[in-house]
Design a binder for this molecule. Structure first.
Ligand code: PEP
Ligand code: MG
Length: 322
């Protein structure tokens, strides 16, 4: 078994009919970088930068962030590293920011993620500066969490441009050209207006964990309602399909980086929905590769046309069994 997975490392990530699928890694902690290179990830599809803010009194300085991020960029040796700005609030809390995040009456719907970054400008400016500087070491992409309106994208892009100008004027080495700026599609309203976002964003990353939570109004961390939490709900699948089609039409890259990306049961479904890039915990990568090598895009498309006529998540799950 272990030998078989090792062997997979050498094999190309292509479907049975020869379509290349990019398999990337999600990183929650820097030490997972070794695992990502071990499974030959094509890039980092998601760096959750919250680790920089965890278990400490003070937020990290720009230099400290540059150091941590540069390590990842250099470690990936020319493969792209997608760095998400702070996604604090809701299920993710940081002690150093407790004063800001503590008093939201409904944290999942409150001042969190990009909303918090745009409110506390220095936080965002410092983080963007650090990403731009790390981007001098290799290809990076900037990913914004919990985007719900175009205004948030425009405002962040302005901050990014101003930060880049400031650094350049000071003679600091930064990414050149500027890194692509993309958004998480994880709020249903954003998924349903993905065509408008596609016109102003350089890429999409589908966050199916939060997309499921918000589409179904089920707290992703609440055990009492966990039985209702199901990404195979047709309502969620339609949101994914709509966003994927909008990205393909606009010609911008789209990936899935929620939990379903790392589950081989769902690989044909995601390919059939038009996804060609999957980002997952490094340990999941070999099995997903194994699965996609067994199927053709034509089969995946047929499966999706069957799935999308169904109304019952249980029935959808049984169609995906293999
Ligand atoms: C998601 O919401 O699907 C996602 C990938 O982000 P996170 O799990 O970090 O919220
Ligand atoms: Mg999320």
């Amino acid at each position: 078994e272990k030998r078989q997975l090792d062997r997979l490392r050498q094999l190309p990530s292509i479907t049975r009919d020869g379509i290349e699928i990019e398999l990337q890694a999600n990183l929650e902690l820097p030490r997972e970088l070794a695992q990502a290179t071990e499974v030959a990830a094509a890039g980092i599809g998601l760096v959750r930068t919250e680790f920089l803010f965890m278990n400490r009194e003070e937020s990290p300085s720009e230099d400290e962030q540059v150091e941590a991020l540069s390590l990842l960029v250099r470690g990936m040796a020319g493969k792209p590293v997608t760095i998400r700005t702070l996604d604090i609030g809701g299920d993710k809390l940081a002690y150093s920011l407790r004063g800001i995040t503590a008093d939201s009456p409904n944290p999942a719907l409150g001042l969190r993620a990009i909303r918090l970054s745009l409110k506390y400008r220095p936080l965002l400016e410092t983080q963007l500066a650090a990403i731009l500087r790390a981007g001098a070491e290799g290809p990076v992409r900037i990913l914004l969490p919990m985007i719900s309106s175009l205004a948030e994208v425009r405002e962040t892009r302005e901050v990014l441009l101003a930060t880049a100008e400031r650094l350049k004027a000071a003679g600091v080495r930064i990414a050149d050209p500027l890194p692509p700026l993309g958004i998480m599609i994880e709020v249903p309203g954003a998924a349903l207006t993905a065509d408008a976002f596609a016109a102003e964003c350089d890429f999409f990353a589908l966050g199916t964990n939060d997309l499921t939570q918000y589409a179904l109004a089920i707290d992703r961390g609440d055990d009492q309602v966990a039985y209702l939490y199901n990404t195979l709900h047709p309502g969620v699948l339609r949101l994914i399909q709509f966003a994927a089609e909008a990205a393909v039409r606009a010609g911008i890259p789209i990936s899935v980086c929620g939990e379903i990306a790392g589950d081989p049961r769902y690989t044909p479904l995601l390919l059939g929905l038009g996804i060609r890039t999957l980002s997952m915990a490094p340990a999941s990568l070999p099995r997903v590769k194994q699965r996609l090598r067994m199927i053709s895009i034509a089969e995946a498309n047929r499966l999706v046309s069957q799935v999308m006529t169904q109304s019952d998540p249980g029935r959808i799950a049984s169609l995906l069994e293999y």
